[in-house]
Design a protein around this ligand. Structure first.
Ligand code: MN
Length: 281
């Protein structure tokens, strides 16, 4: 479990060459893994509430992927009520002067420039380096760090190839939708068939490889990393590095509600992780 290679060979220059490079982001708020869809109305409502109450307290909102439960292409936006809600919500935030950055996740990696422009978001590469309060901060969705899961990393490399995306996006929308439903059903069936030991093993396989994370800190010359994806909110410290993990959001059942964010106010030396277990916050 000590494989350390960077599976996608992203370079320092790719991570730095983006629209937020060299920009003073001011106070920044991070969220990820909301998995918004028409099946999660309370989570969608909480996102809207968050964008009306908490996000306007910051100069910048950065969404670190998996904003949507699935994304079948920017050309499906007008048939997707959740996508239209997100556009309205984020444009309202934008009109208050908040700039919005977006790093795609494993579920919404097909969110491209066209949708980002409609939603008022700046599309950022994964990983990317931004400057906050004079510190270099490495941002990523997080799935690239899960290098123990070699099968997933192979799949990821394939679906990120421009030619593979071009072929998928050239198919009819109805076909894409059926394929996505089938894949989701199969993945649920596979999970349901596992016993508790197998589930624990799979969860461990799908977590961040700490040695890979340490490699990234040295490759990207930073001591602070923020990501989501694992749904295991935490702050992982070593003597020289700090890796902060965002919580996922699910507000559908009052007894099992969870959501949260990382806040970095101007003049604060460090960001702060907030995990909430009710929508009242
Ligand atoms: Mn994810």
């Amino acid at each position: 479990m000590t494989r350390t290679q960077n599976p996608i060979q992203t370079s320092l220059s790719t991570a730095q060459n983006h629209a937020f490079d060299g920009l003073d982001l001011g106070g920044v708020c991070f969220i990820s893994d909301l998995h918004l869809s028409e099946n999660l109305p309370s989570t969608c409502a909480q996102f809207t509430h968050f964008c009306q109450t908490i996000a306007p307290q910051f100069d910048t909102l950065i969404i670190l992927g998996d904003l949507f439960a699935y994304w079948l292409g920017d050309d499906t936006t007008d048939q997707n009520p959740t996508a239209l809600l997100v556009i309205d919500t984020l444009q309202a935030l934008r009109s208050q002067g908040v700039q919005i950055g977006f790093v795609a996740g494993n579920r919404d990696f097909l969110v491209h420039q066209t949708f980002c422009e409609r939603a008022g978001m700046v599309l950022l590469p994964d990983p990317c380096i931004v400057q906050i309060q004079q510190q270099r901060v490495l941002l990523t969705h997080g799935d690239l760090l899960c290098t123990d899961d070699a099968r997933y990393q192979r799949y990821r490399r394939l679906v990120h190839k421009p030619w593979a995306q071009k072929i998928f996006l050239s198919t009819p929308r109805s076909w894409r939708s059926r394929l996505a439903n089938r894949l989701r059903r199969q993945s649920k069936l596979r999970w349901d068939a596992l016993n508790p030991t197998q589930r624990a093993q799979l969860s461990q396989l799908q977590d961040v490889n700490p040695a890979t994370a340490q490699c990234w800190f040295s490759d990207y010359q930073t001591g602070l990393m923020i990501h989501g994806h694992t749904h295991l909110p935490s702050t992982h410290l070593t003597h020289a590095t700090k890796r902060m993990v965002l919580p996922d959001w699910d507000c559908e059942q009052p007894a099992a509600t969870r959501w949260g964010y990382i806040a970095w106010h101007v003049h604060d030396a460090q960001p702060e992780l907030t995990c909430a277990l009710s929508v009242a916050l």
